[in-house]
Each structure stands twice: as C-alpha cells, then as structure tokens.
Design a protein around this ligand. Structure first.
Ligand code: NAD
Length: 272
C-alpha cells in the first residue's frame, strides 16, 4: 500500500471515530528532535548489549555508580531537546478530538518530556521520566509513589566525581536515588506515575489505536495489540521501517516518518 493510500485510510478512520482514540508512541517520534532510538535504523540507535544489561534494576543494584553514569551519558541531553512537528500534531489531534466530544489518551514509551512540552494533556508515561529520580529502596514508602525533579538533586557533583558517596540520597530514608524510569527487568505496576491502571482501562474502551514511532517490541505495545486484537479495534502504525513487533495481521502500516505524516494527517482532519 502506498503512503498516500495508507495515510488516507488513517485520516478517514480518525474522522469517523467519535469514541476513545488511543495514541501509542515510541522513540521514533523524538528522532527529529535529536534523540536517537535504541532499536531504530537512525544513525544514533544503539541496540547493543549495554542497553539490555545496563538498563536493568539488577545492574543498578550491583553497580549504581556505573548505572547512573551510563544513564547520564545517554539521557542528560534530552533536557535540551524541543518538540518537533510530530509531538505538536499529536497534541493538536487530542484537542481536535476532544473539542468534538471524543476521548483521547496518549500512551508513550518515551521518557523525554516532549509530549508535555508540546501540550499533550491526557498522557500516560508508562516508562517513566528522564528528568526525575526516586528512591531505589523497595522498603521505602516513597519508592513506588513519589519522585523528585532531577533539577532539584545535586547530580553535578556526581557527574564531576562519580562515586557511591556522590549519588544523591532519598530525603526520607537515606537510600540511593535511582532514575525514575522503567528498567527492562521491571513491571508497569512498579510506580503509580506509570499510570498502568489508566492504560488497561483505556484498552477496554478504545475504538481506534494509532501507534507512532514504535517497533511494537515492549510490554505495553504487546498489551495494547493484544487488547486491540481481542476486541477487533483497528490499528494504524506510522513508522518508516519494517514492523518487527506487529502481531495484528490487518494492521495498516503508514510507512513514513512521524514528523512528516502526522502534520499532513492533522491538516487534512482540520479541513473535515
Ligand atoms: P521503539 O520500539 O520505540 O523503536 C523505535 C521505532 O521508531 C523503530 O521502529 C524505528 O524504525 C522508528 N523510527 C525511527 N525514526 C522514526 C521517525 N522519524 N518517525 C517514526 N518512527 C521512526 O523503541 P526503542 O528505540 O527500542 O527504545 C526502547 C525503549 O527505550 C523505549 O520504549 C523507551 O522507553 C526508551 N527510549 C526512549 C527514548 C525517548 O524518550 N525519546 C529514546 C530511546 C529509547
């Protein structure tokens, strides 16, 4: 199917849907903002052994200094990133759909803050936030319900002198602070900020899924696809590569870049 044909199908599906639209985004939406993917084919993608080994809670427990160093090297630059036309179009889609009485939830795998910056309101960040940290001690009451802004911690001292003693400590129990993100060996119910119950409730009521910039390779994408498949909910995937993780045979692949396809879709919808 050509890009024009699949994009037209997507525009028609959104235009005719008055119920709950679930948008699901992955690292691909932020590529045009200068943040590389892990699995994509973009030049900065680093799907290597270090991701699977180092982005785990097991690794953090064994070597918190090295875990924080890897994490800072990988994600400190997301602070400077700004939303691109894909983020802006998704925020516009949410406003447009809600203004005509529809419901909308954006579920993102991303840990940058570009959807918030672009103005998305109904948003579940199921993999956490790169600009926040939390207590790593499971026994601490703050570890699963609270988080603090990285800007409020002294990570500059750690960056200049990375040692166990310079990792910021929890204000409640004195435990080591950790990145406020879902590691590969953790579960979505691990922190209230991930809003997993909201996502599962949305999957029970959604009428259309628009996945963007995701390879559909993680737990949340499996869950959404399984729910969509069980309930016969149409799935569109905006993504320039091949659909490695797609499990729904009649999913429509809109094979293009998010930052090009989504503004085009929004322009067409605003004319409807
Ligand atoms: P992913 O499943 O989100 O894969 C990225 C997908 O984006 C790939 O399929 C790739 O082909 C596609 N893509 C590349 N350029 C695109 C573009 N211009 N438009 C649309 N799609 C494009 O996941 P991943 O990269 O394997 O990352 C794994 C996890 O790591 C993520 O789920 C996330 O939690 C985290 N991560 C977050 C960020 C971020 O916050 N920006 C970046 C990298 C990784």
């Amino acid at each position: 199917m050509t890009l024009e044909t699949s994009a037209r199908k997507l525009i028609d599906a959104i235009a005719h849907e008055k119920g709950l639209i679930l948008a699901l985004t992955g690292a691909g939406v932020s590529v045009a903002s200068g943040i590389p993917t892990f699995r994509g084919s973009d030049p900065g993608a680093i799907w290597t052994r270090d991701v699977r080994e180092m982005a785990t809670i097991q690794y953090f427990r064994r070597n918190p200094v090295s875990a924080w160093q890897w994490y800072r090297a990988r994600f400190a630059s997301t602070d400077e990133a700004r939303p691109n036309s894909a983020h802006t179009a998704l925020a516009a889609l949410e406003r447009w759909h809600i203004d005509r009485g529809g419901r909308f939830l954006l579920v993102t795998q991303n840990i940058d803050s570009l959807h918030e910056q672009a103005g998305s309101i109904h948003l579940a960040k199921v993999h956490g936030s790169a600009n926040r940290a939390r207590c790593s001690r499971e026994e601490c009451s703050r570890s699963s319900t609270r988080s603090v802004a990285i800007a409020d911690l002294d990570l500059a001292t750690f960056d200049g002198n990375p040692r166990l003693e310079t990792i910021p400590r929890c204000a409640g129990c004195g435990g080591l602070m950790r990145p406020h993100v879902l590691f590969f060996d953790e579960e979505y119910i691990g922190h209230t900020d991930y809003q997993w119950p909201k996502v599962t409730a949305a999957c029970d009521g959604m009428r259309l899924v628009v996945a963007v910039g995701t390879s559909l390779s993680v737990g949340v994408t499996d869950f959404v696809q399984m729910s969509a498949g069980r309930r016969g909910v149409p799935l569109f995937i905006v993504e320039p590569g091949s659909l490695v993780g797609a499990t729904i045979p009649d999913a429509v692949h809109v094979r293009g870049k998010a930052e090009e396809v989504l503004p085009m879709v929004m322009t067409a919808l605003q004319r409807v």
